[in-house]
Design a protein around this ligand. Structure first.
Ligand SMILES: Cc1cc2nc3c(=O)[nH]c(=O)nc-3n(C[C@H](O)[C@H](O)[C@H](O)COP(=O)(O)O)c2cc1C
Length: 176
């Protein structure tokens, strides 16, 4: 599992190869098994493969690659069922899918660039659900990812000691 965490990168170029049904089912099963506050499971995932729908989703500013990703999973959270935790719960389930997909050789990219009301209208999502995030899914295409490279350069991974402290908040060094 840690290997999937280590090798995962956001993938923004995909081969047109469809995802086999069993593979997709396993990825969705990873969402189903995720933990959730009070075990409410306030999620709903819409699997979008339709090219016109993907093209519409791809119109958002940082989502062009959704047009080529064979599958886009739209993560929705039931805000009535779990007003405080729906976003966290949906995010955990989506990251379970990301890591499962990674371990099966697929690429993914979280997408927060969407117009919620447009997505709601197009996919007939009921009012009680919020659209939390989208997930692009497909076999990675070898291609230079300028956006990814820039993001990795301007915002390098933070060092552990700048994001962890012990006993109380502060930039305490991790020392043995
Ligand atoms: C909640 C969330 C929303 C994101 N939205 C977008 C997006 O709209 N478009 C995009 O290209 N990448 C998006 N990303 C991917 C991030 O840019 C990426 O995770 C970050 O730059 C680190 O790169 P890495 O995933 O390759 O490690 C999003 C990631 C998260 C977690």
């Amino acid at each position: 599992m840690f290997e999937a965490v280590q090798i995962r990168r956001s993938i923004r170029a995909y081969k047109p190869t469809p995802i086999p049904k069993e593979t997709l089912e396993k990825i969705l099963e990873a969402a189903r098994l995720a933990p959730s506050a009070g075990n409410v499971q306030p999620w709903h995932f819409i699997v979008v493969t339709n090219p016109e729908k993907r093209a519409t989703l791809a119109k958002a500013p940082f989502a062009k690659f959704l047009k080529k990703a064979p599958v886009v999973i739209v993560g929705c959270g039931d805000q009535k069922a779990s007003p405080k935790w729906f976003m966290v719960d949906v995010a955990i389930a989506m990251q379970n899918m990301v890591l499962t997909a990674t371990s099966m050789g697929l690429g993914t990219c979280w997408v927060g660039s969407f117009d919620e009301e447009k997505v709601r209208g197009m996919l007939k999502i009921p009012e009680r659900y919020r659209v939390v995030a989208l997930l692009a899914l497909g076999y990675p295409q070898r291609k230079i990812d300028i956006q990814g490279k820039i993001l990795h350069l301007v915002r390098r991974r933070r060092k552990l000691e700048t994001m962890v402290s012990f006993e109380e908040f502060g930039f305490a060094l991790l020392s043995g």
